[in-house]
Design a protein around this ligand. Structure first.
Ligand code: NAD
Length: 522
């Protein structure tokens, strides 16, 4: 087991991070403590797991949807019951503050389960689409589960992100195979353990562990739908692999969220919003505030308040203390933050606070605020995915919008204004999948609203009614309501039938009054 996967891991650059060939060693980012080991699964193992998922899918789909919803609610209750266990593991495996483990992960999963279990029976019921022209027929749409859904997920929200998609897939009648990040597999196995221990059908939700090649093997194992949440580079590889097999997919990729502070903002609340939106989860959020465009009228006051608030943040091991900022997931993430800062400083940016990793055990990077930034600096254009927020002063909303839209990414964006209508008007012009006015990050927990990106942030959406339906194939069954005396579209073709169609075309779609058109028909 695992040889094929490891061999391919080094070929495509995924690497094994120095772990042994067939096992992944999982360590705590805040302490370096070894938390456990999981196997690197190879092609044959992945195939047999997908085969089990396929076999389990039919009986699962044959349950009435209300029953599947009941079972998902049972899972939700088990998660809530065991939330301390989940939050504790998130703190240890991910370095995530406990408040965030609870509010950003467990609570969102519980809400998604409750929300969709309630609305799914109605949303996925067969529905009629009225025929506007061919009124003698009736179109019925049936939402048929796709089969086996692959969910490939990252390490930054290792509980919420995969379960968000898995719960919808399961409610819709699919079975699921999850390939969690190689960095945080234990929390995925915990989600699976809670599922199994709640007495739910084990094979409809399974987990395969390993590096990128295990994910690639999953795409090749006979799945019918794939949701990837990850980096742009992985998105390109996964979308290509899905394309080659014509597997429909959703790509939830990186972000570079701009934050526009208009001239009339409430400085105190805006500063608090920036500090939370930039440093929650140590900035390792796809919708983190990654660049601030502040109007010159408020720029200096806003910057100095953000700096003060940043100095007050408490950083430390979230497993043993209630801290605001936890650890960074691995050293590479700190290298990226450092490289952005060095590049910015070399081009004239100032470090207002932070700017370096903390010495001592664990992977901690000081929350950092940079000023005097511009678009020649990589910190304003490339994804940081760390606790670094660069400020740039602008003279108008137009200038802020031009810079905000000057990006190859477009996931989330933020506009703050003292006048919410003004804020909305500016927000409507930002090129992004979601734009929040006077709030930050909160749309990650809005199951009603579609979530996803444009440009290289990906395509397709998660959450929302559309996303639940997207977990299904649409089967259009069309039946006759009335029998016609003849079938005008069928053979034979002759001059008479051609003339009739030409008159029909003019009567239906030609110019002039209705009366004139009807006269033409006669
Ligand atoms: P990553 O792209 O390195 O890995 C994501 C997952 O893809 C992992 O499970 C990985 O093993 C797997 N993978 C890698 N190569 C693969 C391949 N060839 N075939 C199949 N699977 C493969 O991302 P990461 O470092 O874990 O996460 C950070 C990135 O995720 C950031 O760019 C962040 O912006 C993005 N992200 C996006 C969202 C969103 O909703 N849009 C949410 C969270 C994170």
């Amino acid at each position: 087991m695992g040889e094929m996967a490891t061999e391919r891991a080094s070929k495509n650059g995924s690497g094994t991070n120095g772990h042994s060939a067939s096992m992944i060693k999982v360590t705590a980012p805040a302490t370096g403590e070894v938390l456990g080991e999981v196997p690197v699964m190879g092609e044959s193992e992945v195939r047999s797991i997908v085969a089990r998922a396929r076999a389990a899918q039919k009986p699962w789909a044959s349950l009435p949807i209300e029953e599947r919803c009941e079972l998902v609610l049972r899972y939700k209750e088990a998660i809530v019951e065991r939330s301390d266990e989940v939050v504790d593991l998130l703190a240890r495996e991910c370095g995530k503050p406990k408040h965030e483990g609870l509010a950003h992960e467990v609570m969102i999963v519980a809400d998604i389960a409750a929300y969709f279990a309630k609305i799914a029976p109605k949303l996925l019921a067969p529905r009629e689409v009225p025929m506007h022209l061919l009124k003698h027929r009736k179109a019925m749409l049936h939402y048929v589960p796709r089969g086996v859904v692959a969910v490939i997920s990252p390490w930054n929200f290792p509980f919420q992100l995969p379960l968000r998609d898995i719960l919808l897939a399961l409610i819709a009648g699919n079975s699921c195979v999850l390939k969690p990040s190689e960095i945080t597999p234990l929390i995925a196995l915990k989600a699976k353990q809670i599922w199994d221990e709640a007495g739910l059908p084990p094979d409809v939700f399974q987990v395969v562990t390993g590096y990128g090649p295990t994910g690639a093997a999953l795409i090749d194992a006979g799945i019918q739908f794939c949701v990837l949440t990850g980096s742009v580079a992985t998105g390109k590889r996964v979308a290509a692999a899905c394309g080659e097999r014509l597997i429909p997919c959703v790509m939830e990729l990186g972000g570079k969220a701009p934050f526009i502070a208009c001239a009339d903002v409430d400085v105190e609340r805006t500063a608090r919003g920036i500090v939370y939106g930039a440093f929650a989860n140590a900035g390792q959020v796809c919708i983190s505030i990654e660049r601030v465009y502040a109007h010159r009228e408020v720029h200096d006051r806003l910057l100095s308040r953000v700096v003060e608030l940043t100095r007050e943040l408490k950083m430390g091991d979230p497993a043993t203390d209630y801290v605001d900022v936890g650890a960074m997931i691995f050293p590479k993430q700190m290298d990226i933050a450092e490289a952005h800062i060095q590049d910015a400083v070399s081009k004239g940016a100032r470090i207002e606070v932070g700017g370096k990793r903390r010495s001592g055990p664990g992977q901690f990077f000081e929350p950092t605020v940079l000023s005097n930034c511009n678009h020649s600096m990589s910190v304003m254009t490339g994804e940081i995915f760390g606790p670094v927020v660069p400020f740039m002063a602008v003279s108008s909303d137009e200038e802020a919008l031009a810079h905000a839209n000057e990006s190859h990414l477009g996931l989330n964006a933020y506009v703050f204004s003292g006048d919410r209508d003004h804020g909305r008007r500016v927000a409507e012009r930002v090129e992004a999948g979601s734009v929040l006015v006077n709030d930050v990050l909160i749309n990650g927990g809005m199951p009603e609203a579609p979530f996803g990106g444009i440009k290289q942030s990906g395509f397709g959406r998660v959450m929302s009614d559309e996303s639940l339906r997207e977990m299904c194939d649409v089967r259009h069954v069309n039946v006759e309501k009335l029998s016609m005396p003849s079938d005008p579209f069928w053979f034979p073709y002759n001059e008479k039938s051609y003339t009739m169609f030409r008159k029909g075309l003019k009567a239906l779609f030609g110019g002039g009054s209705l009366l004139d058109r009807l006269k033409g028909l006669l």
